[in-house]
Design a protein around this ligand. Sequence first.
Ligand SMILES: Cc1ncc(COP(=O)(O)O)c(C=O)c1O
Length: 382
Amino acid sequence: MNLFDVYPLNDIEITKASGSNVWDANEQKYLDLYGGHAVISIGHTHPHYVSRLTDQLNKVGFYSNSVKIPLQTQLAEKLGQVSGKKGYQLFLVNSGAEANENALKLASFYNGRKKVIAFTGAFHGRTSLAVAVTDNPKIVAPVNETENVIFLPFNNEVALEETFKAQGNEISAVIIEGIQGVGGIKEASKSFLQKIRSLCDEYNSVYIADSVQCGYGRTGLFYSHDYSGVEADVYTMAKGMGNGFPIGGISIAPKFKPWHGELGTTFGGNHLACAAALAVLEVMEQDNLMKNAEEVGNHLITELKKFEQVVEVRGRGLMIGIELPAELAHVKKELLFTHHIFTGEAKPNVIRLLPALNLTKAQADEFLRAFEKAVKGVGYKA
Ligand SMILES: Cc1ncc(COP(=O)(O)O)c(C=O)c1O
């Protein structure tokens, strides 16, 4: 049997990992500024995380949502506290797409409507409704196509207002990333998020904050959307939540009243997943990782802005996009294969940095030195 070949792969096998470093099968060490698509939040193989998961596995790894799982209650309590959303309710799933799928479904159950507003450049996942609100026709199969989604230009308040004026009573939800990740590290403006909040209030629509990539402390705030000073009705999360263990969740405002059977999942909220998520929050709190993300992120952004070769530096905290001119398109590969640094990308020419939240200043400086050589073409062979 062969693998279904959908991923373009780098010819690297990672066999060992610790903190913000990984090693390949030849013992070559790498600096990891990507965390496998923004997933590694507290560093690879963090000792507290490893011991909490190991202990849990030795007790009970899984049972379904047909019995009490006190770890879920502990997780809800801790998440409410760390995220500053104590009155919200938690529903646990397994991935980011599933979180968005359930958030959109919850909104539709809530107000009985069908239409959803999404934005140009958005990425919300690959399941049915999540991909329908994603702005990439290439990954939308005919079966996912729906007339219920309205795409509007990102950060355009006039277009948003006009759409609500024309059909506000049909709009179930507005879904938006606080900072678009796949779309190239583009931040929603404060006033745009405030406008979404006020229009959703006026028309009884649901404001869904997709925090799958930009959330979980990465920007220095728990949910990056909250820098606007207004709260969302539903926050979706995944990626950093389990530091690699698959878990996602939606944080739901108090006004939503659940009924038995409304949402459901077999694996969501299992014992091991909850142990992983609790370990992440414990480390984040104990080591003050949101503050570190803000400080090391600010340092990187300030230094990166000094490079004359860079078109633009965007982002906040440890979610950074470096836009390069076309002639420097090789820099990402150069960083990986010459300087042994993992980074991400967004089309056409943006390098994405999404490291663990405990990246040190020394590691950030190691990257900056390599980046300088790469953009100046030192040692580069075309
Ligand atoms: C903003 C955002 N939402 C949703 C998703 C989908 O998450 P998952 O791949 O866990 O389904 C992603 C994944 O990259 C994302 O960046």
